[in-house]
Write a protein that binds this ligand. Structure first.
Ligand code: HEM
Length: 89
């Protein structure tokens, strides 16, 4: 996650969804149906919960196109709120 956090700008944007890292090209952020702002906000971060919240199942077929790596270590601690949210979704 430390390495992911270094890629936190629109022209160098990595995001984490689940256990995987995705690289979002700047040109594609302009094509994102949800706009470029959510991607900018989540650059360099774990976007798992936001992603699950906003996307229908079909979008999961698109994300392999952006896959670059697996997360080595999730160093953020899951809060009680996040844990409960994940348990009910
Ligand atoms: C590789 C990564 C991503 C892909 C391929 C992707 C793709 C898409 C697609 C196809 C839609 C339209 C969904 C529909 O038809 O209802 C969408 C909407 C949206 N996306 Fe993403 N997205 C990605 C990452 C993200 C991230 C990290 C966020 C951060 C919060 C985000 C936030 C949103 C939002 C807010 C919408 C609009 C939802 C709505 O209007 O109902 N997306 N995205």
């Amino acid at each position: 996650m430390k390495q992911v956090a270094e890629h936190n700008t629109p022209d160098d944007c990595w995001i984490v969804i689940g256990e995987k890292v995705y690289e979002i090209p700047e040109a594609w952020t302009k094509k994102h149906p949800g706009g470029h702002l959510p991607l900018k906000a989540m650059a360099g971060k774990d976007a798992t919960d936001a992603f699950v919240q906003y996307h229908p199942n079909e979008v999961y077929k698109m994300i392999p196109n952006f896959y670059i790596a697996n997360v080595v270590a999730k160093d953020t601690k899951e809060s009680i709120f996040v844990k409960e949210h994940r348990a009910i979704r």
